[in-house]
Design a protein around this ligand. Sequence first.
Ligand SMILES: O=P(O)(O)OC[C@H]1O[C@H](O[C@H]2O[C@H](CO)[C@@H](O)[C@H](O)[C@H]2O)[C@H](O)[C@@H](O)[C@@H]1O
Ligand SMILES: O=c1ccn([C@@H]2O[C@H](COP(=O)(O)OP(=O)(O)O)[C@@H](O)[C@H]2O)c(=O)[nH]1
Length: 475
Amino acid sequence: MERDPVSRLIVISNRVAAPQPEGEGGAQGGLAVALSAALREYRGFWFGWSGNRIEEFTGKIDFQRHEGVTSATIDLEEQDVEEYYNGYANRTLWPLFHYRIDLAEYDRSFGAGYERVNERFAETVYPLIEPEDLVWVHDYHLIPLGRQLRQRGVANRIGFFLHIPWPPARLLTTLPDHEHLALSLLAYDVIGFHTREWLESFQNYVERELGGRCDPDGWIHVGDRSVHAAAYPIGIDYREFSEAAASEAARSACERLRKSADGRRTIIGVDRLDYSKGLEERFLGYRRFLEENAERRGEVFLLQIAPPSRGEVHTYETIRETLDELSGRINGEFAEVDWVPIRYVNQGYGREDLAGFYRASNIALITPLRDGMNLVAKEYVAAQDPDDPGVLILSRFAGAALQLKDALLVNPYSKEEISDAIRQALAMPREERVRRWRSMIETVRSEDVVWWRRRFVAALAGEDVEAAGSARAAG
Ligand SMILES: O=P(O)(O)OC[C@H]1O[C@H](O[C@H]2O[C@H](CO)[C@@H](O)[C@H](O)[C@H]2O)[C@H](O)[C@@H](O)[C@@H]1O
Ligand SMILES: O=c1ccn([C@@H]2O[C@H](COP(=O)(O)OP(=O)(O)O)[C@@H](O)[C@H]2O)c(=O)[nH]1
C-alpha cells in the first residue's frame, strides 16, 4: 500500500531529471533516476537548475509536470555555472570527496560562486515552502542551502543527503574554509549518507575538527546545535527496472549483443566517463588478464559503455583522452582479424537497452576507485537470469560493496586482483553463480529505492525509521 503523507515533500537538488532529448538517455546518473521515482509517491515538487544558461539571473521559475512529477527549475548565469557547478562542485568538492586531493582545485572565485548560487536557490525556493512541508536537499552542490533557508526564516524540518563519500578528516582539512562548509550541515535536522563508512568519517571530523560530540544513537552535538546523522543506502527502482528488463526492447538489446558476441563471453562495464570510476585501472587490469591468459584471448571481450560527463572540466577531458589512447593501444596490441578485446562506447543508453545488455553479459566489471553507492552494480544483479546468472566483480571501495557481499570484491588499484577475478568469474560453476546471485538479489529487491526514501523521509518527519523500512520489506 502506498502511504498517503500529510506533508508535502520538497526535493531540492542541482540536477532535476527533465524529459531527456532523444539520444541522450542515460547520461543523467543515479541521483536523477532515484529521485524521479521518489517524487511519484509524494505530493510536492522537485526544485533545481534547469541545465540552461542565461545572460542575467532572473529567478524566474519554470514549472512542469511530467510522468507524475512536478518540477520547478531556474536558469543560471554562465558565471554561476562556471564557478558553482564546473568550479566548486566538480573541480573542488568532487575530487576531494573521492579522495583525489591531487586533482582538487582551490580557487576563491569557486567558493564565492558556490555560496552565490546557493543563495539564489534559497531566495527563489523559500517563498514556495509552506509551514508543514518536509524539505529534502541533495548532494554536495547544495551543502550551504539549509543555512541559507534558515537565514530566511524557514523553520521546517530540513534534511540533507550526501550521494558521494564523506572523506577522511585528514583529507578534508586540505579544503580552505572546511569548518565553514561542515558547520553549514548543522542547519539541517537530519543528515544521510550511503554507508556507515562515510558516516563514521563525518563523525570523526566533527569530533576532531569541530570539537563536537557524537552519541551512539546518531545524535551529533556541536555548540547549541544537534542534528541526527545515519546511513541510508540507496537502492534501485526494482519494480520499474524489472519491468524495463522484461520489455521487448530489452529482449531485443540482449539478443543484439548476444548475436554480436558470436559465442564469446561478454564482460560489461557501464559508467559515466569519470576518473572516480577507475576506468583506466580497469582497462589495465583487463590487459593484465589478456597477457596472463593468452589461451583465453578471443573467448571474451570487454564492452565498456562510458557516456561523457562534465565535459567542460579539464580533468574529464584528460580522462577521456587517456581512455581513447589506452583502449586503442590495448586493441592494437591484442586484436586479431576477427576479434577486438575492448569495445569502448562513448554513448549513453536508456534503461531498457541497458537491462538487455546486462542480461547478455556473463560478467560485470565495476571497479570505481571510490563511489558513494554505484547503482549500476545493483541493476546488473536485477537484470540476470535466475537460472543462469552472471558474475558481479565489484570494487571494495564502492558503497554498494557493503551490501553486495557475495560479489567478487576486488581492490580496483590492483591489476592482479582484477585479472584474477576475471579468471575466477569465467571459471565459476553455475551452482556458485546461482548461490551468490540469490543472496545479492534478495538485498537488491528488498533494499530498493522505495525502502531508501521511506526510511529517510520517516527520519525527516521524526517517525520510526525501522518501521518505515520494514513496512516496505513486508509489501
Ligand atoms: O549531475 P552530473 O554532474 O551529470 O552527475 C551525475 C550524478 O553523479 C553523482 O551520483 C552519485 O549518486 C548516485 C545515487 O545516489 C550514487 O550511486 C553514485 O555513487 C554517486 O556518484 C552525483 O552525486 C549526483 O549529484 C549527480 O547527479
Ligand atoms: O548509458 C547509460 C549509463 C548510465 N545510466 C544510468 O546512470 C546511473 C548511474 O548511477 P551510478 O550510481 O552507478 O553512478 P553515478 O553516475 O550516479 O555516479 C545508473 O542508473 C545507470 O543505469 C544510464 O541510464 N545510461
